[in-house]
Design a protein around this ligand. Sequence first.
Ligand code: BYC
Ligand code: FE
Ligand code: FE
Length: 471
Amino acid sequence: MSIVDLEAKIPNNVGLRDNKRLLLALEKWQPAFLQWWKDLGPSDFNMHDVYLRTAVGVGKGGWAHFDYVKMPDYRWGIFLADGPEDRKIHFGDHIGAPVWSEVPGEHRNRLRRLIVTQGDTEPASVEQQRKLGHIAPSLYDMRSLFQVNVEEGRHLWAMVYLLHTHFGADGRDEADAMLQRHSGDPDSPRILEAFNEPIETWLDFFCFTTFTDRDGKYQLASLAESGFDPLARSTQFMLTEEAYHMQTGENGIGRILHRTAQLVREGKDPRMVGAMPFEVVQRYINFWASRSMDLFGGEDSTNASESFASGLKGRYREGDGIYKDPRAMDATYRISVPDGDKLVDKDIPLRRAMNAVLLDAYVADCTRIVSRWNRDLEALGVEFRVRFPDKRFHRNQGVYAHYKFAPDGQLIGEGEWTRRHTDWLPTQADRDYVKSCMKACYEPGKFANYIAPPAMGVNERPIDFKYVQFH
Ligand code: BYC
Ligand code: FE
Ligand code: FE
């Protein structure tokens, strides 16, 4: 078991105390991080006491501690999950070789790029969400937002640690650049598209935490298979925190749908009482689901093939032995690609299809979430059912980009798209309406009118607990 040092300026279980050069470099980065948090984080709430969990270890139980914290005082720590001493690379070309504890020279650039792309998303999401506290539907939800924000901040620390420790001067430059790119900045945007989209309402936020954080889950899980051991152990631990982010989203959308269903059952028009019509929720889901599917990259990708072959990025649960061939050598993957006005099947080498394989696992997961929402709608006796859009719908990356598809995956023409896209994606009127519903509700135990209360509180506290204290 690794030793956890909680007293250090930067809490960690990576022995920072014994590596003075690294410690100095990270302690130099720390004030820049705090300045960034003050400039672009949820800075209007810096003086509030928030009931937050802080990671204090990596063991199965008791890895986190709950208490009131002012966000700038949050203890952002660096933790690697414990792993077996003699881990071996278990997929790709190097199967059976010991995992790398240092960066292998021939894979250096690719590895750095994966880590930078991953790291960049974490502060991006904090920037996107920085104003939401002003329109929180309850103290319970406000706490969830801030919990997610501080943990994304910690995830940035996790990637910065890897860059500083393993990539020398250019790693330090990349770590600095993480605080220089900004979400939506026209001159210096975040790397991936979804992380430049504005998050202006809690409907966006809950869609984002359901669908975009879930991309995070699948990307982190595939990096947790990595032959580069520090990356594997770092992302493994990040996944522990990520579960809560996705739960926040799933519960949030579930509670919005639940509230609307109650109103519809009572014969009320949701629009008359500031609640969310089902079709508006569906359009937001369509938007964020498609932007999040873009985060898997292209279905046919030489990058993906190289990352798999090199043992840097595996498939979801690669280590559980659920795939026939851990080398993925001779198999092919069938994709249907647009050709004129129809779709034709094409077989590509499985290795090149690794993004598509990961996306399939993601879609299956999202479909389960949607079924859970629908079970509640059914129990409430309303007819509406949520649908997860087809992976071809509204894509900007991969083989379906530049073509038009309906949410059910049908290839359609430009004319039909022009006529119907306002049925499928949020319109300006939808956005204005949803914004008009965003009224802050700061009274403990009370909730804005568009969202039902959760089934239970956090850490066995009651729902009307004072999750955030104002001063
Ligand atoms: N936007 O070969 P291709 C999270 C670029 S979320 C913009 O098809 P590849 C979180 C691509 O970079 C998880 N550009 O794809 C969630 C490439 O550029 P170059 C984040 C895109 O490289 C919520 C070109 O298109 N982590 O943690 O196989 C809150 C061709 O790409 C996009 C990771 O993603 C896009 N959507 O796969 C907080 C893991 N998609 O080379 C946090 C690390 C592709 O032509 N990253 N491009 O200049 C990766 O594994 C891969 O970089 C990707 C792309 C899966 C993203
Ligand atoms: Fe994260
Ligand atoms: Fe997250």
